[in-house]
Design a protein around this ligand. Structure first.
Ligand code: BES
Ligand code: ZN
Ligand code: MN
Length: 517
């Protein structure tokens, strides 16, 4: 007791009240090699004596080349070298690009690594040097840097005497100078803002983000954004529409479910919108088919699909894309209270079709059955793309390198794969074999929500189930993002550990591609 009494004032002294810290502001300037400070430059495979590297190396009398040689650094793709005290420079950060040509993708990765190093650094200013004249180089470097410097510090206290990390600015120096800033602000910063919104929602614990608070956060994010309408279906509204899929998952929790609809009309009035539908399970305990505790905390991220589709529409609205689009977030908490659904229950969905519950832990497809149906009936969309952390099986198949892509539409599949390559959110096509229909036959309902016995093909079953609520004639794709939603220890340049917001960028790219901007 005495020990504790003495400890408390000591703690109050050492812990400042500081919590969430600001990120670095991104600025633009003409290309030039500064004579001091912290600089970041990219180097190609085997570190040729060229570009910013050659200029800086000359300025420090060959010390940079000696440092690189002594560390056996060869400019390998994604290899980062953070050197302290080279000549007059506080730090020199080298980003390897390997043999790749300097595409937008590479530029974003270079920016991303700089952002990640900068987020951990106490220096006030980090300057990225890019002498190349690639189109929009500055905007892509900045976009990457913004994504790479993301962190979530809201719940952390910082010791009062600890160095302040990751604050100040990142200056992007390219031949375009300030002009890069206007492209960035108009075209890419809105996407970065949307990714940040999505990552914050995913990272927040399920005590903070539940269906109603997800809706509130979304309203805040869209405040002041033009041409957007938000509609929310509550329980009585869903009952009226007969949305048994949504209601059957929601009823095991004290937090009621919501269907959130965010509509952006930036295109010609009357043109069919893109419909992006997201699984929004704000916590997935498994329900009565309860999950083991190992890693269950991760199921706070089971609303990543909903957060990504909402973020994608925020990106489109923010950059004033000339299209119509709608995000539909199927929000519910999957919990096992006395009112919860059970295995064996039969549920009637809005479409009239019924399903039998094999496992209450296959809840994503249950809420999506109503959400994709509603999307088709309400909006007659040009395409339906659903995003869901649907199955552990997709992680077994594809790890954290690709999301699974399921589609019967060749053109849509091809476009999405290419949007994935351009955005850095990679997709791998998976089959929708006709045999899945047989695997999901129910003795008493129209379909069941799982095979009910171990048999493999779990990701395909989930995709087939959702697809069975898609009307012929509606182009549809399903992205199983279970392996991509949360990055553990293996960061990508533009996705630091934690919530990736996978989907925002690939959907934004897909829309850019189909409207050829
Ligand atoms: N949310 C999970 C899938 C998941 C697992 C996401 C791991 C992220 C990481 C989903 O609701 C689920 O529980 N799926 C079951 C389906 C099964 C019961 C048919 C699964 O994958 O085991
Ligand atoms: Zn789930
Ligand atoms: Mn589940």
């Amino acid at each position: 007791m005495r020990g504790l009494v003495r400890l408390v004032p000591a703690l109050l002294l050492t812990l400042g009240a500081t919590t969430a810290s600001a990120q670095r502001e991104i600025k633009f300037a003409p290309y030039a090699v500064p004579s001091s400070g912290t600089i970041a430059l990219s180097v190609r495979q085997d570190v040729p004596q060229e570009g910013a590297f050659a200029e800086v190396d000359a300025a420090v009398g060959g010390a940079l080349r000696r440092a690189v040689t002594s560390m056996n650094y060869r400019g390998e793709r994604d290899r980062v070298l953070d050197l302290g005290g080279v000549g007059p420079y506080e730090r020199v950060i080298l980003i390897g690009t390997g043999n790749e040509a300097a595409t937008a993708r590479i530029l974003e990765d270079v920016g991303g690594w700089v952002g990640q190093v900068a987020a951990r650094s106490p220096v006030k200013r980090v300057e990225i040097l890019w002498p190349g004249s690639e189109a929009d180089a500055g905007a892509h470097l900045a976009f990457g840097a913004e994504l790479g410097q993301y962190r979530f510090t809201k719940y952390r206290q910082v010791a009062a005497n600890a160095p302040v990390l990751g604050e100040g600015e990142i200056v992007v120096r390219t031949p375009a100078g300030d002009a890069a800033g206007s492209t960035y602000s108009a075209q890419w910063r809105p996407v970065a803002t949307a990714v940040k919104f999505t990552r914050d929602l995913i990272t927040e614990p399920a005590s903070e983000i539940y269906p109603e608070s997800f809706v509130e956060r979304t309203r805040e994010a869209f405040r002041g954004v033009a041409n957007v309408r938000i509609e929310v279906l509550d329980v009585p509204a869903m009952e009226k529409l007969g949305m048994g899929g949504m209601l059957s998952v929601g009823k095991g929790s004290v937090r009621p479910p919501r269907l959130l609809v965010v509509r952006y009309d930036g295109g010609k009035s009357g043109t069919a919108p893109f419909a992006f539908v997201g699984k929004g399970i704000t916590f997935d305990s498994g329900g009565v088919s309860i999950k083991p505790n190992d890693g269950m905390w991760r199921m706070k991220t089971d609303m990543s699909g909903a957060a990504a589709v909402t973020g994608a529409v925020l990106a489109l609205a923010g950059r004033k894309a000339p299209v119509n689009a709608v995000a539909i977030a199927a929000l519910a908490e999957n919990m096992p209270d006395g009112g919860a659904s059970r295995p064996g229950d039969v549920i009637r969905t809005m479409s009239g079709r019924t399903f039998e519950i094999m496992s209450t832990d296959a809840e994503g497809r249950m809420v999506l059955s109503d959400a994709v149906w509603y999307a088709q009936k309400q909006f007659k969309p040009r395409v339906v793309i659903d995003l869901a952390t649907l199955t552990g099986a997709i992680t077994t198949a594809l790890g954290d390198d690709y999301a699974g892509l399921f589609s019967r539409d060749e053109q849509l599949a091809t476009q999405l794969i290419s949007a994935g390559e351009q955005s850095g959110e990679y997709l791998w096509r998976m089959p929708l074999h006709p045999s899945y229909a047989k695997d999901l036959e129910s003795p008493i309902a129209d379909i069941r929500n799982g095979a009910g016995r171990p048999m493999g093909g779990g990701a395909g079953h989930g995709a087939h189930f959702i697809g069975s609520w898609i009307e012929s004639g509606t182009p549809w794709a399903h992205l199983d993002i279970a392996g991509m939603a949360w990055r553990e220890a293996d960061p990508l340049p533009t996705s630091p550990p934690g919530a990736a917001a996978f989907g925002v960028r690939v959907l934004d790219r897909y829309v850019r591609m189909t409207t050829s901007q």
